[in-house]
Design a protein around this ligand. Structure first.
Ligand SMILES: C[S@@+](CC[C@H](N)C(=O)[O-])C[C@H]1O[C@@H](n2cnc3c(N)ncnc32)[C@H](O)[C@@H]1O
Length: 335
């Protein structure tokens, strides 16, 4: 389907046949049939280049917002994404410095125990106008996400303690219900430093807290009626339990991505499978539907979806990371 096609943008309404199937209790078969129809259309939508990584997972080389504008309305059941938190770190001028090993907005942590550490973007350098640009970008993302999601669909969006208030606020402004935050407990190298250049003089001072958590905003597209009714109609509205006896919980302890995963997918912001598999699984309450990651990077969300048996589509703008994610997908999903 070509970019900007009117057919692609058309929302898929619930048909009379589907309404009847809901009344007669055959709603699950109908839902699955409907979703496979949507999937065939969606995986051909927008972008210059795409890779069908498996029967149920596709990666598209495209700008996220552009792809979402082309995508059909009400075609995605969950968005699970780890966007460029501060926007500027993945902008060409800053990102090319990282690729050249020069730093810039990317801080290259010192190697003090022989172990090489991952570069970290410095969000304290963001100016007032960077914050405005951030709010505008995430505002547009929230609007497109609202259009693309089916009613009751959930969004899990990663952020950072310094920026999450801006990002989460614009999602609420776009009309999403905030349903909570998932806190990933993770030891980071952010903060905790003494005043630069005066470390000895102020040896008892920490400029800002050493961060030990990562917030993921959890939002839901509003719907009318009950959760049960929405589950039958769209397969969404709630979260998948961990097991019969255990609900999905909002604090997840998970150490940084290390070793083998980084070798498979050497992306500077790679999220660990152990964590991604828990949130991606939870995002589809009936285990049925399509997950979208607009900023797919090293393909950690797509790999987690594959391992859960879900359909998933991701977009990545950077050609090198698009290729990296495609190459990493079999290794990550097979872990
Ligand atoms: C934080 S990283 C995602 C990392 C990913 N979660 C993983 O585990 O590998 C954000 C990604 O979004 C990509 N990106 C930034 N702006 C984009 C845009 N407008 N459209 C699509 N991708 C974009 C960046 O190139 C980067 O790979």
């Amino acid at each position: 389907m070509g970019s900007g096609s009117a057919i692609a943008r058309k929302a898929a309404p619930v048909t009379d046949r589907e309404e009847t199937a809901i009344r007669e209790g055959a709603w699950l078969e109908e839902l699955c049939a409907r979703n496979s129809g949507i999937w065939k259309n969606l995986r051909q939508c927008g972008g210059q280049k795409r890779a069908h990584l498996s029967e149920r997972v596709t990666s598209v080389h495209a700008d996220a917002l552009q792809w979402m504008r082309d995508a059909p309305g009400s075609s995605v059941h969950a968005v699970v994404t780890d966007p460029p938190y501060g926007l500027i770190e993945y902008q060409e001028k800053n990102h090319s410095k990282l690729k050249a090993g020069k730093g810039g907005v990317w801080r290259l942590p010192p190697s003090w125990d022989g172990a090489k550490r991952q570069p970290l973007p410095r969000f304290t350098v963001l100016t007032g106008s960077d914050h405005n640009a951030l709010a505008a970008f995430f505002g547009e993302l929230a609007e497109e996400t609202m259009r693309t999601l089916v009613p009751g669909g959930h969004v899990f969006i990663a952020s950072n303690p310094l920026l999450s208030t801006v990002v989460f606020h614009v999602f609420q402004k776009a009309g999403f219900e905030k349903r909570g935050e998932v806190i990933r407990l993770v030891q980071t190298l952010r903060g905790g430093d003494r005043p630069k250049g005066s470390e000895h003089e102020f040896s008892g001072v920490t400029v800002m807290p050493r961060s030990g958590w990562e917030p993921w905003g959890v939002f839901r597209k509003r719907f009318t009626g009950t959760v049960a009714g929405n589950l039958r109609k769209w397969g969404t509205g709630g979260l998948r339990r961990v097991s019969e006896n255990e609900p999905f919980r909002d604090v997840i302890m998970c150490s940084p991505t290390r070793g083998p995963e980084r070798k498979i997918a050497p992306h500077p912001s790679l999220k660990p499978q152990r964590f991604m598999r828990q949130i991606v699984r939870a995002a589809l309450p009936l285990g049925e539907g399509i997950v979208c990651d607009p900023f797919s990077g090293g393909a950690s969300t797509l790999a987690a979806a594959e391992s859960a048996g879900y359909m998933a589509i991701g977009t990545e703008r950077d050609p090198d990371y698009f290729a990296l994610g495609c190459a990493a997908f079999p290794g990550l999903s097979g872990l």
